[in-house]
Design a binder for this molecule. Structure first.
Ligand code: NAI
Ligand code: MG
Length: 398
């Protein structure tokens, strides 16, 4: 059998060290692949005026599977000032290459699992009835619609006349905003389509069935945001009745869910939400299981089989230039495991996850975040594991 080719996209800052270590762990676990490097990130914005060059899109279209580290995004003015002088006159506008990737390949399914590692000193604890502490075991899989909703990018300040005229056909708009001068109005739309909603719901239900979760929770706000959240919940009810009768369908409001997070997080299984609420609820759950050093994600298109796997953290620029990298590679390594699940290499993924769990449970090797140190260049001297030492410990368990 010929080896698979994976597009590795380190991006900026700590993206490179964590991706290098993840690839080393993959190899040690027996995953054989060729890696081709895809250019993405700030360096390519500065030199070429495009943080997501067409050649990278071509590579992903060809090989379908990408491992991605992290990118740096900066405000508009900085983006302009750092651009190569000969490009500054061209009127180029910076936009996030990871958002660009999602849109270009319609990677509309985003999966962010949050599972407790036994022995992780960062695990959430709560006061128990007897005055001691409880450490609830969290195991949720959050499905976030990744391309539309509030992050769909359809927005205006001082909207054009046709838009304003259209809004004036809505009695609520007339009543609440009809008297406001148009130049004082900013609008960000929240568009849900049936097709994308159906896809994210089906992915959530299928995941629940495949991995034995007993419930799927739609986490939106259907009682207030009736048209979009309401549509999602109604479609979920229909889908559950027709195709997934053995799985319970629950319905929570995003605000209440964030409160319940710290009360009974162990009760939830699969959670599904639109783009923004999915972003919020997944960060909330990630906080219970160790935060950014542990939060992994997959984004994929079930029709084309194109998938990009990445930690949810960013490029952490303040740590990027330390002579020895101090950040936790587990989020990236877990994202690589999600890639293995996606390409039907579950047995290798299971081995790596077991090795990670053993290292965390043993507690001998801990990156600065797990050791609860402030992130500084000298943490390794003070006993924290470096990025490479953590990967070494995982490889030793393999
Ligand atoms: P960040 O996630 O890069 O870092 C925030 C803080 O979290 C860090 O300073 C560090 O204390 C901690 N942290 C992050 N990753 C860690 C790890 N693996 N191990 C231990 N600690 C870790 O977020 P920030 O500082 O808001 O953004 C920095 C840059 O990253 C920005 O330019 C932002 O636009 C970009 N970004 C990119 C993302 C992506 O590539 N998908 C996602 C989020 C931010
Ligand atoms: Mg986020």
């Amino acid at each position: 059998m010929s080896k698979r080719t994976i597009v590795s996209m380190p991006g900026d800052g700590i993206g490179k060290p964590v991706l290098d270590e993840a690839i080393r762990v993959l190899a040690a676990a027996g995953f054989e692949a060729n890696y081709v490097e895809g250019d993405i990130g700030w360096e390519f914005w500065r030199k070429e005026g495009n943080p997501l060059p067409q050649r990278t899109l071509d590579l992903l279209a060809e090989h379908k599977i990408g491992l991605f580290g992290a990118i740096t995004s900066k405000p508009k003015d900085d983006a302009f000032n750092e651009l190569a002088p000969e490009l500054q006159a061209k009127g180029l506008v910076y936009s996030s290459p990871i958002v660009g990737l999602r849109q270009h390949f319609n990677l509309d399914i985003c999966l962010r699992p949050c599972r407790t590692y036994k022995g992780n000193p960062l695990n959430f604890i709560r006061r128990a009835a007897d005055g001691g502490v409880d450490e609830p075991e969290v195991d949720v899989a959050i499905f976030r619609q990744n391309t539309e909703g509030l992050y769909g990018g359809v927005e205006w300040s001082n909207p054009p006349k046709q838009v304003h005229d259209a809004l004036m056909t809505h009695p609520r708009f007339v009543k609440n905003f009809g008297g406001t001068p148009v130049e004082e109005i900013s609008i960000s739309t929240r568009i849900f389509t049936k097709k994308a909603t159906e896809r994210i719901l089906r992915a959530a239900f299928e995941h629940a069935r495949k991995y034995g979760y007993k419930s799927v929770t739609v986490c939106e706000k259907p009682n207030v945001i009736r048209e979009t959240s309401g549509m999602m919940y109604k479609m979920a009810q229909q889908m559950q009745r027709a195709d997934f009768p053995e799985i319970e369908l629950w319905n929570t409001n995003i605000d209440a869910q964030m409160m319940w997070l710290t009360k009974n997080p162990e009760n939830y299984g699969v959670i599904v939400a639109g783009n923004m609420f999915g972003d919020i609820v997944s960060d909330g759950f990630a906080g219970l299981i160790g935060g950014l050093g542990f939060a992994c994600s997959a984004q994929y298109n079930p029709e084309t089989g194109i998938g990009v796997f990445e930690p949810t953290h960013g490029s952490a620029p303040k740590y990027a230039d330390y002579p020895v990298s101090i950040v936790n590679p587990i989020a990236m390594i877990e994202s690589a495991c999600m890639m293995l699940d996606f390409i039907d290499e579950q047995s290798i993924a299971t081995r790596i996850r077991k090795a990670v769990a053993e290292v965390v449970a043993e507690g001998k090797v801990r990156t600065y975040d797990m050791a609860k140190m402030a992130g500084r260049a000298d943490v390794v001297e003070k006993g924290a594991a470096s990025t490479t030492q953590m990967a070494d410990a995982i490889i030793a368990k393999l």
